[in-house]
Design a binder for this molecule. Structure first.
Ligand SMILES: Nc1ncnc2c1ncn2[C@@H]1O[C@H](COP(=O)(O)OP(=O)(O)OP(=O)(O)O)[C@@H](O)[C@H]1O
Length: 291
C-alpha cells in the first residue's frame, strides 16, 4: 500500500491555506505526523480520507487517483479515527460497533469476530455492555479506534489515538498499531512525541501548511546530534537567562541540583556536557531552525 501526495494545496473559503503545495510518499508501516497546533495535519488527513477536496494537486492510493468515480473504492480501503468522535451515545459499545460494521457492509459473522478481537486488544471487552455515554474519555478513544479498525483497512488514518489514555493502555495501543501495520499503512498524527519514537521509523513534520521535514526518525535525530547539552545551573534566575538564548527541552531537580537540557550549535559558556538527543529534542531543534 502506498499513498502519493503531489503538490497538494487546500484553501478554505475564508482564505486560509491550511496545506500549501506539499509532496509526500507514504509506504507500508507506521508513518508519523507531527506539528504545532494549526499546522495543517488534520486538514491533510481529511483530504486523505476523501472528506475534504483539495484546491489543487494530486493524491493517489495504490495508483487510484482521488477523483470523482474513485471515492467509494478509496473509502473502502480506509479507516479513520478523527480527533473528535461522537459515537452513538445511547447504544452499548458492542451494539455501536456492530452497527458501524453494518454501515461499512462487513459480513456479520466476520464483524463479530473482529469486534471480539479488537475489544480484547484494547482492553474494552469487559466494558462492551456499557452504553457509549457511560465510557470514560480514554475508553471512548479506544472504542473509536476499534471502529476505525473494523474493516481492517489497508490505510489507517489516526488523529491523536492515544489522547487521554493511561500509560499502560497507551503502550497496548501502540503495540496494537505496530502489529496492525505489518502489511498495511498507518498515518499516525499525535502531539505525544514518545508515541512516535516508539512506533514509527519515518515521519513528517508540518509547520504552517508545509513540511519542514519528511524522512526517517533516525536522520531527524542525527540533525540535532551534537547540539544537545546538559547543564547544571545555580538557580531559576540563571535558567531565565538561558531561556532567552537557547531552547530548553527539559528542566528538573536531580539530587538537589537544577539541571537543564538545552539546544545550542556550540557549547554554552557554562558548565555543561553533551548529551543524547531524543526525538523530542530533535523536533524542537528543527522548529527553532525554521522560525
Ligand atoms: N473548516 C475550516 N475553515 C477555515 N479554516 C480552517 C478550517 N479547518 C481548519 N482551518 C484552519 O486551517 C489551519 C490548519 O488547521 P488544522 O486543523 O489542519 O491544524 P492541525 O495541525 O490539525 O492542528 P491541531 O494540532 O491543533 O489539531 C488552521 O489555521 C485552522 O484555523
Amino acid at each position: 500500500m502506498s499513498v502519493k501526495i503531489e503538490d497538494l494545496t487546500v484553501t478554505f473559503r475564508n482564505g486560509v491555506t491550511a496545506v500549501n503545495h506539499v509532496n509526500l510518499n507514504i509506504t507500508n508501516g507506521i508513518y508519523g505526523l507531527l506539528g504545532e497546533n494549526g499546522a495543517g495535519k488534520t486538514t491533510l488527513m481529511r483530504v486523505l480520507t476523501t472528506v475534504l477536496k483539495p484546491a489543487s494537486g494530486k493524491v493517489s492510493l495504490d495508483g487510484i487517483l482521488y477523483q470523482e468515480g474513485n471515492y467509494e473504492k478509496i473509502q473502502r480501503k480506509i479507516g479513520y479515527l478523527p480527533q473528535e468522535i461522537d459515537l452513538y451515545s445511547s447504544l452499548t459499545v458492542r451494539e455501536c460497533l456492530e452497527y458501524m460494521g453494518d454501515l461499512s457492509g462487513i459480513d456479520k459473522e466476520i464483524c463479530r469476530k473482529r469486534i471480539d478481537y479488537y475489544l480484547e486488544k484494547t482492553s474494552l471487552a469487559a466494558h462492551q455492555k456499557k452504553k457509549m455515554k457511560q465510557l470514560s474519555g480514554g475508553m471512548k478513544r479506544r472504542a473509536g479506534l476499534v471502529q476505525a479498525l473494523l474493516n481492517e483497512p489497508d490505510f489507517l488514518i489516526i488523529d491523536e489515538p492515544t489522547t487521554g489514555l493511561d500509560p499502560e493502555e497507551r503502550i497496548h495501543i501502540r503495540n496494537l498499531l505496530v502489529d496492525f501495520s505489518e502489511n498495511r499503512t498507518v498515518l499516525f498524527s499525535t502531539h505525544v512525541v514518545e508515541d512516535l519514537a516508539t512506533t514509527c521509523s519515518r515521519l513528517a513534520v508540518m509547520k504552517k501548511g508545509s513540511f519542514l521535514y519528511a524522512g526517517s526518525v533516525r536522520e531527524l535525530i542525527e540533525k540535532a546530534n551534537g547540539h544537545t547539552w546538559l547543564c547544571s545551573v545555580a538557580d531559576e534566575r540563571q535558567v531565565r537567562e538561558l531561556e532567552k538564548q537557547y531552547p530548553i527541552t527539559s528542566k528538573q531537580y536531580l539530587d538537589g541540583t537544577l539541571q537543564v537540557k538545552l539546544l545550542s550549535e556550540s557549547k554554552p559558556p557554562i558548565g555543561c556536557t553533551q548529551t543524547s538527543t531524543s526525538l523530542e529534542d530533535a523536533y524542537i531543534y528543527l522548529m527553532n531552525q525554521n522560525q
